[in-house]
Design a protein around this ligand. Structure first.
Ligand code: GUN
Ligand code: ZN
Length: 431
């Protein structure tokens, strides 16, 4: 196949890719000839007529919300949370949360996303990790932390939140050969006390964990943060130390110039969620300005009830399109969008040495995508980015490998039972 490597030279070439254990062992011509066919066992994936790419990385999703897809329409953020999402999350049983995660992961894998940074809900977080463990996806995630605000009954005592977080770190961080990692997830400024946020900074430094939170998503949210704290959101979070450790903030729609400067100076990472920002009427984030400020920008679908898909092709396409009426037709190139969904996602997770491109020695997270579907043709051989961003959809995803394991083969999920998931969901819909 044609390897769209995303290596430093952005090499695109027709070669073989050899995976050994969970690592990309070699990339080169005719590698299959060097295998001893009698004495070795191997699986050969034919990628003729396909692109091979590093698996896509989404740095802001909520697997716990997949069950709420299509059930929280036409609301802005704070109403959406208070009227729908928080009451729904409060009712999730362990079994429902496991199903929600499995449904989300099935969709993500089938659409070529191989790594996620996930924010859970308050309870039953083991179910999320369990589902990630079984499905084979590369998972960074943690329980949402909420110890103040108007989210009753979805609220918890500060110390209880920290104790549960500590237990989850011990149980899940760096498990499954490093495929599962814990990320601290204080939900957003309005639902966290200063004590909780400071404790997250301490935990992040102590265990080298990412802090994953929402910031500056909605205008009213920003106004309330300012009323309560006397500061704009990024100043507030920065003063508590959140920009002085490994942090990844989602949305950033309402960032002011001086806030962008703080994020740039502190190398705090931002996740752009174009579908969610449009659907919740939050606004349009200023991605060209962020990139110009040298901020690492990656992509995320956010949760199913504010999108309503988890499809990375949709996010790349929208990311490019929505800037054009504002900044002109060359505002954000298709190649930059693919970079945000691969290289910059890896960087946001501190994994740029091991993920985000096809290079020997990197972890074997590889996707094989059909390039000759009717609706993709004619594509340009040396510019696959255009067809990938504007003319490719999940049904073009043929094979998906994570950590050297084949999770989607010939368009079919291997690690999860798609038919069973659908029938379980149908059963729920009728209740
Ligand atoms: N802000 C706080 N919680 C959430 C959430 O669940 N989704 C989004 N989009 N924003 C949030
Ligand atoms: Zn979110």
């Amino acid at each position: 196949g044609t390897l769209v490597t995303m290596d430093p030279k952005r090499s695109i070439f027709m070669q073989d890719l050899w995976i050994k254990d969970h690592v990309i062992h070699k990339i080169g011509k005719n590698l299959i000839l060097s295998l001893d066919r009698q004495n070795s066992t191997y699986t050969c994936i034919d990628a003729t007529g396909c692109w091979g790419l590093p698996g896509f990385i989404q740095t802001h999703v909520h697997l716990c919300q997949t069950l709420f897809r299509n059930h929280a329409e036409d609301l802005e953020l704070l109403d959406w949370l208070q009227k729908k999402i928080w009451p729904f999350e409060a009712k999730l049983t362990p079994a429902a949360l496991f199903l929600s995660a499995s449904l989300g992961i099935a969709e993500l894998l089938k659409s070529a996303t191989t790594t996620i940074l996930d924010m859970g809900t308050l309870h039953h977080t083991d179910e999320l990790f369990q589902s990630a463990k079984i499905s084979g996806i590369r998972y960074f995630g943690g329980k949402a932390m909420m110890d103040r605000g108007e989210s009753f009954p979805l609220i918890e005592d500060t110390q209880a939140s920290l104790d549960e977080t500590q237990r989850l770190i011990e149980t899940w961080h760096q498990k499954e050969n490093g495929r599962l990692r814990y990320a601290l997830a204080p939900r957003f400024a309005l639902s966290c006390s200063q004590k909780l946020l400071k404790a997250c900074v301490d935990l992040s430094k102590k265990h080298a964990l990412i802090i994953h939170t929402h910031a500056s998503e909605n205008k009213l949210e920003c106004k309330i943060v300012h009323e309560q704290t006397g500061k704009d959101t990024i100043h507030y979070l920065n003063d508590l130390g959140l920009c002085q450790t490994k942090s990844s903030f989602a949305h950033g729609v309402w960032l002011k110039e001086d806030e962008i400067q703080i994020l740039s100076d502190t190398q705090t990472k931002l996740t752009h969620c174009p579908s969610s920002n449009l659907k919740l009427a939050s606004g349009i984030a200023d991605i060209p300005k962020w990139l110009q400020a040298n901020i690492c920008v990656s992509l995320g679908a956010d949760g199913a009830p504010c999108n309503n898909t988890l499809n990375i092709f949709q996010e790349m396409r929208l990311a490019a399109l929505i800037q054009k009426p504002l900044y002109g037709a060359r505002a954000l190139s298709a190649q930059t969008c693919v970079e945000m969904a691969t290289l910059y996602g890896a960087k946001a997770l501190g994994m740029e040495q091991t993920l985000g491109s096809l290079e020997s020695g990197k972890l074997a997270d590889v996707v094989v995508i059909q390039q000759n579907e009717l609706s993709q043709l004619p594509n340009i051989p040396d510019d696959p980015y255009t067809a990938l961003v504007y003319a490719t959809s999940p049904h073009c995803v043929k094979d998906v490998i994570v950590h050297g394991k084949i999770l989607v083969h010939q368009y079919k999920l291997c690690s999860l039972d798609e038919k069973k998931l659908i029938s379980q969901m149908r059963g729920l819909s009728q209740v």
